[in-house]
Design a protein. Structure first.
Length: 167
């Protein structure tokens, strides 16, 4: 903070964090930054990503192009923002973010689980592509939309007397 002549309130604006989080960071109670906070420090203050990650080397970026780590952090932050904007459940968002971050400890299990779910759903014609699309739309719908889809589905699923006789 001293190097940039910043106050805690200035860091709130730079990092996109709350004042209480900045206070906790500057007092040493919080040691980890969010992806967004890292990207903001790198972009707005031109702090080197390696220095943020390891504390070694020069703190400030020179005129050289961004290093691979800084680019990766920026891309992860942008990917997380896109995932947050998707109309999928929180569990799916969490899994997608873990994959985007590249956490080797969890990637294999997430991929295996997703493949198992997909294989089970489509095995033996359990769900056609059209049925899967309907299910995806239902899952993405707001509560009133889900109720409308359920009512429509129930109404369409009830065979009429004429159809029973014709069959």
């Amino acid at each position: 903070m001293e190097k940039f002549d910043l106050r805690q309130t200035d860091l709130v604006e730079v990092m996109g964090s709350s004042l209480s989080r900045v206070k906790a960071m500057t007092s040493g109670r919080v040691k980890n930054f969010t992806q967004e906070e890292l990207a903001n420090l790198i972009d707005k203050l031109e702090i080197r990503a390696e220095w943020l990650a390891t504390g070694s080397g020069p703190m400030i970026q020179d005129d050289e192009p961004q290093d691979e780590f800084a680019n990766r952090m920026r891309n992860i932050s942008l990917t997380h923002a896109m995932i947050d904007a998707m109309s999928i459940g929180e569990a799916e968002k969490s899994r997608a973010k873990a994959l985007a971050t590249g956490d080797p400890a969890t990637d294999a299990k997430i991929i295996a689980d997703a493949l198992a779910i997909t294989a089970t759903a489509y095995q033996g014609g359990a769900l056609t592509a059209r049925e899967a699309a309907l299910l995806d739309n239902y899952r993405a719908a707001a509560e009133e939309g889900k109720q409308a889809l359920e009512a429509t589905g129930a109404a369409l699923a009830k065979p009429t007397q004429n159809l029973k006789k014709a069959g």
